[in-house]
Write a protein of this length. Structure first.
Length: 517
């Protein structure tokens, strides 16, 4: 079928032209204005010789231009491959080369990461485009990058005419995994899959045109782009967006804009609560709070509830984002659950032989449905390992209860065997995160002469606190079996994190591997 995600902008500019699509840094941008910008970019990309199937990248902070470039690519059938703006030159080089991007738009602050790799990627000489941010940290591009706004100045804002029609089955984007193990893989997402995700999120949140969404998830991440921005634009709601996340500003925006739906990672909520940023903030307008992204302590959910914010946790991956969500009515009744499968996703638990497991038995979480990625870009081997007979293997272990609600146990690769027993670090981490002195914790399996493997816990204490081994063991006693107690305990100031707010256990494991080699 000939249709594209880019139709969202064309249709919204027709149906609700004067409705604010975005409020960026307190400046409203209407659907017509955003579509006009999208069309100017589309004309520019055509004038530069880009054609359907070509890849383009951005290295941008959250900004309206990010979304306009994404939608312009969608209208033309180009494949959008955004970059994590926290990456350095070698990481950027890898992704640009892997995707074969012909063009990149980047904020001037990131010029220092782009300049050293100019000659080693497929980006063509006239297709390095710099967006002047006006920020204090500005990079000097010299003459090697062309100015974004100057290039757009003479471009028309009428709808572009495409030489080759775009189909729903065509690739829309390549979103790279966070690379917690090995090199990042590029998940290929089609226009069709993205529409189904739109519908799934709209149903999850009972989204309305009058809704005001607040999210500071980075747009390069599948959560920011496909769980928040694209569904919001599709439904015709309004997204409050800023270039950077600041806890106090985030909390103040809830009241200022009478926000109705919030999406924030657990890590973000920690910063907000630590800063006491919600004190005195009127949250009565908020109807839905979506969260997660990592282990979420019950104490954090309770503290938010005391502020009138009732977090619904969920589960998803870059390969199939937002596949499950806990209904609001079940936040207390099914505490700890990641919810039920979405309207356009089938999810179940199976063992290593592909047998569906009954409630209570731990196995791999697998999924199928129209929201699952097409595969990994230029990586058929990993695609075959991950999608088997049309079924996505998530690599996450979990179980269901008798009512069909799902619970996540751990990543399969994080499980270790101690004295012949399976140990799931996430189980112990969840308990320890409820300790009043502990801010965060990560446990990995390390070699042990007696037991084969044992646990090593890296613990971040709350500000001004410290904790002893005896306190930890006393707290765990009666909550988990003693063979699950971590033998080694290390107090650290912080844990390595991915851009999506998850702990990078691979970094901890790599550091430990050098110790035992």
């Amino acid at each position: 079928m000939e249709w594209s995600i880019g139709k969202i902008m064309s249709k919204r500019a027709m149906v609700s032209p004067n409705k604010p699509a975005l409020i960026f840094e307190d400046n409203p941008i209407t659907y017509k204005q955003l579509n006009d910008e999208t069309n100017r970019i589309a004309h520019l990309l055509q004038s530069l010789g880009l054609k359907k199937g070509d890849r383009i990248s951005v290295d941008l902070l959250n900004c309206p231009e990010f979304l306009a470039i994404y939608m312009a690519a969608a209208k033309l059938g180009l494949i959008f491959a955004p970059l994590n703006f926290r990456m350095v030159a070698p990481e950027i080089e890898y992704q640009l080369k892997n995707s074969g991007a012909r063009l990149i738009v980047f904020h001037d602050a990131f010029a220092k990461n782009i300049e050293p790799i100019r000659s080693s990627t497929q980006v063509e000489e006239d297709k390095f485009i710099v967006l002047r941010s006006g920020a204090s940290e500005r990079g000097d591009c010299g003459a090697w990058a062309r100015d974004y706004h100057e290039l757009l100045r003479e471009q028309p804002c009428d709808e572009p005419v495409v030489a080759e029609s775009v189909k729903l089955s065509d690739p829309l984007a390549i979103i790279y995994t966070s690379g917690v193990t090995g090199s990042p893989k590029g998940a290929v997402l089609s226009h069709e899959q993205t529409y189904y995700k739109n519908f799934q999120i709209i149903l999850y949140t009972d989204m309305r045109e009058e809704d005001v969404f607040l999210s500071q998830l980075p747009l390069f991440h599948s959560g920011g782009l496909f769980i928040i921005a694209t569904p919001v634009l599709c439904r015709g709601a309004t997204l409050v967006m800023r270039a950077n996340f600041r806890p106090e500003q985030f909390a103040a925006d809830i009241q200022r804009y009478r926000v109705t739906v919030i999406f924030a990672l657990t890590t973000m909520w920690r910063f907000v609560l630590q800063a006491k940023a919600l004190d005195g903030v009127d949250t009565s307008s908020v109807r839905v709070v979506l969260g997660g992204g990592e282990r979420t302590p019950a104490s954090l959910i309770k503290e938010l509830a005391e502020k009138g914010l009732y977090m619904q946790t969920g589960f998803g991956q870059t390969e199939n984002s937002a596949m499950m969500m806990l209904p609001k009515a079940d936040i207390t009744r099914k505490a700890g659950s990641i919810g039920l499968p979405g309207f356009f996703t089938e999810v179940w638990i199976e063992d290593s032989n592909g047998r569906r497991l009954p409630p209570g038995e731990i196995g791999e979480i697998v999924a199928t449905g129209p929201t699952v990625m097409t595969g990994y870009w230029n990586n058929p081997e990993k695609t075959r390992e991950t999608i088997v007979n049309g079924v996505l293997h998530t690599g996450d272990l979990g179980y269901t209860d008798k009512d069909g609600y799902f619970y996540i146990v751990d990543r399969a690769k994080d499980m270790y065997r101690s004295g012949g027993e399976n140990v799931y670090p996430a189980e112990i981490e969840r308990v320890l995160c409820e300790h009043p002195k502990i801010e965060n914790v990560s446990i990995i399996g390390v070699p042990d002469d007696k037991w084969g493997e044992t646990g090593k816990a890296f613990i971040v204490c709350k500000k001004g606190e410290t904790i002893t081994r005896d306190e930890i063991y006393s707290y765990l006693d009666g909550k988990v079996a003693r063979y699950k107690f971590p033998t080694h305990i290390v107090l650290v100031d912080s844990l390595p994190m991915t851009s999506s707010g998850k702990i990078r256990k691979s970094a901890l494991k790599e550091a430990e591997a050098t110790v035992f080699d």
